[in-house]
Design a protein around this ligand. Structure first.
Ligand code: SF4
Length: 346
């Protein structure tokens, strides 16, 4: 890879056709803002923020399912971000203030521990995440099984990224692929997308990694905009095959299903649910949750933002009624959310 000054020079002398690059991962979005990388790009290169935050793409109906459980005597265990994501009529934080038992945990194994220590409570972990965090939920099921913890379940909203890459291919000319997801799946997953005409580079999170990857993307596109390409610009972490141990865990406990993404609709086989052999750990199976339709605030533009169709200032609520202290939509709640990034840095 070129050193950082060379990367800057390549970007600033870019002479190819207009280039739209989508950073799929919210951590990239925040890092790019934080390091001022947007200011180094010429006007012909546009950065678009995609749906790279699992909390952001989790649909309103999922929050409604969780609230249904909480209202029916189930103790919820969750990471903190989800608490403030609006459901149709309230957030989990609202439900907690009305008496629902909702505990913040730091890992899914904490949730198993909680269930073990409270055998009279049905306990559900809100399992939201991409390939990076899903193996930890699988480990929690394995641990519950090993320790005979029978009051523990998962409410799954786990997703895999490859269907989203395909769904948003028209919104950009090349992707900046998330390094941590590719560390699990392996570079072979995004590399295979070149056969579908999709280009991109997997990269890390330092200023130097981001800049050199953007420069390499620009250089490749300038050389031949019609030839799909893939670059692994994060080889110190991402191997071709990824993590066999994590993939094994995932494949043992979970299977693909069609699932809804906020803003993208239902993407075939992009979700993960527990396999029938582990149905006793599936909250939907155990607690018979009725289907929830989920109605987000109609004024919120998260759907368009997650598709890269608009930027947050185009939302009429941005910085007015919607702020990190009073988020109206998921993209302002999450620490990795696009609206939160624009609020903080733009
Ligand atoms: Fe939704 Fe708030 Fe973002 Fe507007 S600014 S799209 S209301 S999260």
């Amino acid at each position: 890879m070129p050193p950082i000054d060379t990367a800057k020079r390549i970007l600033q002398s870019y002479s190819g056709p207009p280039l739209r690059l989508m950073e799929v991962c919210g951590t990239h979005t925040h890092a790019i803002f934080r390091y001022g990388i947007r200011t180094l790009l010429p006007p012909s290169i546009t950065l678009i923020s995609g749906p790279g935050c699992p909390v952001c793409v989790t649909p309103t109906a999922y929050i409604d399912e969780a609230i249904y459980l909480a209202e029916h005597g189930v103790t919820l265990t969750t990471f903190g971000d989800l608490l403030r994501v609006p459901g149709t009529s309230e957030t989990l934080a609202d439900a907690r203030s009305h008496g629902a038992n909702i505990c913040i945990v730091y890992t899914p194994l904490d949730a198993v521990e909680y269930a073990k220590n409270h055998p009279d409570e049905p306990v559900t972990f809100l399992s939201v995440g991409f390939e990076t965090t899903t193996p930890a939920s699988c480990l929690a099921v394995a641990e519950a099984q090993k320790q005979g913890v029978s009051n523990f379940t998962l409410l799954t909203a786990n997703k895999t990224m490859d269907a989203a890459y395909l769904a948003m291919a028209d919104a950009c000319d090349a992707y900046l692929y998330p390094g941590h997801v590719c560390a699990i799946t392996g570079a072979r997953v995004p590399r295979a997308l070149t056969e579908r005409g999709i280009s991109g580079a997997v990269t890390g999170f330092t200023p130097s990694e981001l800049l050199t990857s953007l420069a390499a993307l620009a250089k490749n596109y300038q050389d031949d905009p019609k030839r799909p390409f893939f670059l692994n610009a994060y080889p110190r972490v991402v191997t071709e095959q990824g993590s066999p141990a994590a993939q094994r865990l995932l494949n043992t406990y979970m299977e693909p299903e069609d699932t809804e993404w906020r803003g993208l609709g239902i993407l075939p086989q992009s979700g993960l649910r527990l396999r029938p052999a582990y149905a006793r750990y599936d909250a939907r199976h155990i607690h018979h949750i009725p289907p929830q339709k989920g109605h987000p605030n109609p004024a919120c533009r998260c759907g368009n933002i997650l598709r890269g169709a608009i930027t947050p200032p185009s939302c009429p609520l941005f910085r007015k009624t919607c702020t990190p202290d009073h988020p109206v939509g998921a993209c302002m709640v999450s620490r990795e959310g696009t609206c939160a990034a624009w609020y903080q840095y733009a």
